[in-house]
Design a protein around this ligand. Structure first.
Ligand SMILES: [Zn+2]
Ligand SMILES: [Zn+2]
Length: 237
């Protein structure tokens, strides 16, 4: 199992990360990735609309425009307007303390399922975070139904205490139900781009077919993005 594209990275624009986009690209090259997705969050809408000025290739790797949008309610609401979200290549939706207070399992599950139902969201970020206990089968089922992906977040194993067992269980359920998986580093510093060792080891241990991991190869990621682009356009027609 290899990962070609790191789908989860942050720059200084997120306010709590410490590298520039150029440095992230250098990090991606250093780890021999084929590309990376910039997924800043909680920043001004102009940040996202102006991503179009950046080149498709940086330091020899492919650059994709993305976001880790904050889930703000249990009705699928995200903190970036649809007109901006629809311009991006890849959109995570994720639960974060400042935007959605951790709640009981039913409420957290409802929020994650509704976010997956949002036509402009492609995946949920770190749904194995134990701060937001959720019914993993229901969340995976929603991802499967909408053709979205469940993230196995490598950064969680360092910063979100108690994530490993829940992420392993999520991955097992995804394997059993043939639900798509995406593997992201959640890098907040350039040297962490492509740092996916623990997540990859987990997927290997489970013998997850690489065809089920949307960012295992550039071709599979591009195919996922192309399908999702058509679905997003259809939802807005
Ligand atoms: Zn996050
Ligand atoms: Zn993140």
């Amino acid at each position: 199992m290899r990962i070609a594209i790191d789908t989860h990275t942050h720059t200084v624009a997120s306010g709590h990360a410490y590298s520039t986009v150029y440095e992230l690209a250098q990090g991606a090259r250093k780890r021999h990735l084929k590309g990376f997705v910039l997924t800043d969050r909680g920043t001004h809408p102009y940040h996202f609309s102006n991503l179009r000025i950046l080149p498709e290739r940086m330091c020899g790797v492919r650059f994709y425009r993305g976001i880790e949008a904050n889930i703000v309610d249990t009705a699928g609401g995200l903190d970036l307007a649809d007109e901006y979200l629809s311009q991006l290549d890849f959109a995570y939706a994720g639960l974060h303390e400042l935007c959605f207070a951790p709640s009981d399992e039913a409420t957290n599950t409802k929020a994650l399922v509704a976010a997956l139902a949002n036509p402009l969201a492609d995946a949920v970020s770190h749904p194995g975070n134990p701060v937001y206990p959720a019914n993993m089968r229901e969340v995976a089922q929603a991802a499967k139904e909408y053709g979205k992906a469940i993230e196995i977040n490598n950064g969680s194993f360092r910063v979100r205490t108690g994530s490993y067992d829940r992420c392993a269980e999520f991955a097992r359920i995804c394997l059993e139900t043939a639900t798509l998986v995406v593997c992201g580093s959640d890098a907040h510093y350039w040297e962490d781009v492509g740092r996916l060792d623990k997540a990859i080891a987990l997927l290997k241990e489970l013998r997850m077919p690489s065809g089920q991991v949307i960012n295992a190869t550039t071709a599979s990621f591009e195919a996922f993005l192309a399908r999702r682009k058509a679905e997003k356009e259809a939802s807005r027609a």
